[in-house]
Design a protein around this ligand. Structure first.
Ligand SMILES: Cc1cc2nc3c(=O)[nH]c(=O)nc-3n(C[C@H](O)[C@H](O)[C@H](O)COP(=O)(O)OP(=O)(O)OC[C@H]3O[C@@H](n4cnc5c(N)ncnc54)[C@H](O)[C@@H]3O)c2cc1C
Length: 482
């Protein structure tokens, strides 16, 4: 397929979580003239942060029939489950027939879908971290890896996903205290939380609920408080089969306040038709990219400032099994949701952490003692570059820059990274949540899978055109998955 003297394009994907693996899967099936490598330190491609979960209490948060690697076949995971019926645990199936498997199982599905392409050699997995990047002549880059090896890339795709959570500044005074668990994915630290410990969870969304289910599973009996600015917690799923025909794209919405008005009307209309707000929110999610594009920068900023929490708790829903645990503990009074601001933190005695906070709308501070403080305030999207040496190196080379909204990296409409001066860096593409500032809603599996397909199509055009540009006269081959 290659033109004479035109070596195959070297495509390197940095990060082999769901997005990097979905992109590699798309590319491997296209049989393109390229050498495809994914650099990912984890043992299996496709697991990333979300699906490396080992806790059996941690489940996918949308039903299995809506999670798929393949945007052309939305039931691919459900079909894989049907072929592997023994893989499901006894509690995965809910009363209405929806299936919410353990997150690790989705990771296994991903690894199995990638395996044939690894075996055939269409795709190479290098188990390492990219620790530095330099220019390698005019058109390529040289990647330095944590195992001291090096890789050349003509085209680099950044799929490094979720940055590590950042410690809220107020907690710096207890940063080294043994009672602070700064990363909720630190299963070993969570396993050591004593059964009677008084626990404060900072945050009230899905990761907070995951921590609650972990504690519950390991027999925790002490009080748990979740503190967040609004005190709102993630909602559960609605009845099955609801669809809204609300339209948020036409006519386009130009401001956050207009969006809020139209959403309120749509919820009333949907409720009048016997549907819950879930249908309206699902419709919003579907039209998310169009809404985001129409809003413009000012509208997007306002939306993030005023509506983000509301969106997050309605859009990212609890699996029913998790919701049941949360509801039960909340009803018993052992789990409380608090709205307020953290003011100060101090380690007052060995293992005891004193937290000062002010309830939302209140004027006086409260002081409470806890044995463990667990931070679930989410990935520090606005600090993604500083937290990752690969991204830091690319920023120093003038190839990438943070998104002005603090949501990952600045990119063009075609996922090309933009420099701080707004110049496209044609050899660097961005896939998945790091491109969220431009695309809008880009976190869940369906959105990341569709984004990976877009990036794959762009790479395919590039791979097919590169040799033709070097040797004009050659016919352009067709692109289609095998
Ligand atoms: C806890 C959790 C649960 C979720 N549950 C669901 C769900 O049930 N349903 C749903 O639809 N969505 C869910 N999501 C959202 C969605 O699945 C994720 O947003 C998606 O998996 C993003 O994948 P990613 O590959 O872009 O990022 P990540 O999963 O963050 O993967 C990025 C990968 O990049 C690697 N990496 C980073 N830096 C480097 C480097 N320098 N060199 C090499 N490799 C590097 C990391 O090792 C990591 O594996 C969940 C998200 C989280 C965090």
């Amino acid at each position: 397929m290659n033109a004479p003297h035109s070596p195959a394009l070297r495509v390197v994907i940095v990060g082999g979580g769901f997005t990097g693996a979905a992109l590699a899967w798309q590319l491997a099936r296209m049989r393109l003239p390229l050498r495809l490598t994914v650099v990912e330190p984890r043992a299996e491609l496709g697991r990333g942060l979300a699906y490396s979960a080992t806790d059996p209490a941690h489940r996918i948060n949308v039903p299995a029939h809506r999670m798929s690697l393949d945007p052309e076949n939305r039931t691919d995971f459900a079909e894989w489950l049907a072929e592997n019926p023994d893989a499901l645990d006894a509690r995965a199936r809910t009363g209405n027939g929806d299936v919410f498997p353990q997150r690790a199982l989705f990771g296994r599905y991903m690894a199995e879908r990638l395996a044939p392409h690894l075996r055939s050699g269409a795709l190479r997995h290098v188990r390492a971290r990219v620790s530095d990047i330099q220019r390698d002549g005019e058109d390529s880059l040289l990647l330095m890896l944590s195992d001291d090896s090096r890789i050349h890339a003509d085209l680099l795709v950044l799929a490094t996903g979720h940055p590590a959570p950042a410690l809220p500044r107020v907690l710096s005074a207890i940063a080294n205290a043994p009672g602070l668990i700064a990363d909720p994915n630190d299963a070993a630290r969570l396993a050591q939380v004593p059964a009677e410990a008084r626990v404060l969870i900072l945050g009230a969304a899905l990761s907070a609920a995951d921590v609650v289910t972990t504690l519950e599973r390991q027999g925790h009996r002490g009080p748990i408080a979740c503190l967040s600015r609004h005190g709102l917690r993630s909602r559960g799923h609605g009845p099955v089969g609801q669809d809204s025909d609300a339209d948020f794209a036409d006519p386009p919405i130009r401001s956050a306040s207009e969006l809020l008005r139209r959403v309120r009307h749509a919820i009333v209309d949907d409720q009048a038709r016997g549907q819950g707000w879930h249908a309206t929110v699902d419709r919003l999610r579907e039209q998310g990219p169009a809404i985001w594009q129409a809003l413009g920068d000012d509208g997007r900023r306002r939306l993030l400032r005023h509506l983000r929490t509301w969106w997050d708790v309605h859009r990212y829903r609890l699996p029913p099994q998790t919701e049941a645990v949360v509801e039960r503990l909340a009803a018993s009074g052992r789990l409380r949701y608090l709205a307020g601001h953290l003011l100060a933190a101090e380690e007052v005695a060995a293992g005891e952490l004193r937290i000062d906070w002010r309830p939302r709308g209140g004027s006086s501070a409260l002081s409470q003692s806890f044995d463990r403080v667990i931070v679930t305030t989410g990935p520090a999207q606005d600090r993604c570059i500083g937290a990752n040496p690969a991204l830091g190196a690319l920023e120093r080379l003038g190839l990438i820059a943070p998104c002005p909204l603090g949501l990952g990296l600045a990119v063009t409409d075609t996922c090309v990274a933009l420099s701080a001066q707004g110049r496209p860096a044609e050899q660097v593409l961005v896939a998945g949540p790091l491109a969220r500032g431009h695309v809008g809603e880009l976190i869940g599996v369906p959105e990341c899978a569709a984004h990976a397909r877009e990036v794959a199509r762009r790479i395919a055009r590039h791979a097919l055109l590169a040799p033709i540009l070097r040797s004009p006269g050659q016919p352009v081959p067709a692109v289609h998955p095998s």
